[in-house]
Design a protein around this ligand. Sequence first.
Ligand code: CP
Ligand code: NVA
Length: 310
Amino acid sequence: KQIIGQKDFLTLRDLSTDTILDLLESAEKIKEKLQAGVEYTPLKGKTLGMIFEKSSTRTRVSFEVGMLQLGGHALFLSSNDIQIGRGETISDTAKVLSEYIDGIMIRTFGHDKIEELANAATIPVINGLTDTYHPCQALADLLTIKEIKGSLKGLKLAYIGDGNNVVHSLMLACAKTGIDIAIASPKGYEPDADIVKFAEEAAEIQGSKVLVTQSPIDAIKDADIVYADVWTSMGYEQENITRLEVFKPYQINAELIKHAKPNYLFMHCLPAHRGEEVTGEIIDGPNSVVFHQAGNRLHAQKAVLVDLLS
Ligand code: CP
Ligand code: NVA
């Protein structure tokens, strides 16, 4: 039976706690099959179109490989090469692609664009990152935490840095699964206030907390998981010089990490900039799980693909 219960996977907002936990369980089972060498091809004959308006390594490769492993096929559609780049509307593109393929994964800028695409498409649309959300990342992050820590509820995650797409989805993921999340961002770079409010309400039901502060030390105190993302996200490159200055006190380094629990996990969605948001010592150190985390993109997304496309 279908887990997600809706056509698209655009944000974690509308997904219940049980839905998220069921998706994680499905991802674990799909991962076990792969590791045991058991063929599992429920998407035989199915095709996923992958539209990219921004660069990608993990998302592109994990979706393409995921489709292949599930018996289907993926098409890489760079926005420079398809007619979207020359002004064909999103909604015409959605309607045309709906005639050929079984699902669309898109990485784009404004979240309104993915909503427009999903509304016009008759096939499922999966969010491969917008300026506001990155739900596939958050799902893979939960899978990683669950695998390593054994459970989710009651843990504390500290996110230090830009209040961006990654932390928006991570905040919803944590709130809905009972993980306390503490976010430290510089003034003017806080996460979106509406999403924070939404997450706070979800956290209250789980008996967990959402803290937004400007103090990295307050956020990281006794954290089980310490999470970082780049200081300058794709699309914000012109702000890079200012951001390098503003975010300097938010670097995760040996000094700051002393305030986390000794057995903390270090996580990062990647790509990383060593010497900016995190020092090499931490991201390449014994507590870092960033490559395990990147690997889980494949397994988490396969659960979404099977659920929406089969
Ligand atoms: N974390 C992530 O989405 O990586 P890519 O930009 O390489 O897809
Ligand atoms: N916040 C980053 C994440 C990249 C995976 C960006 O949007 O560029």
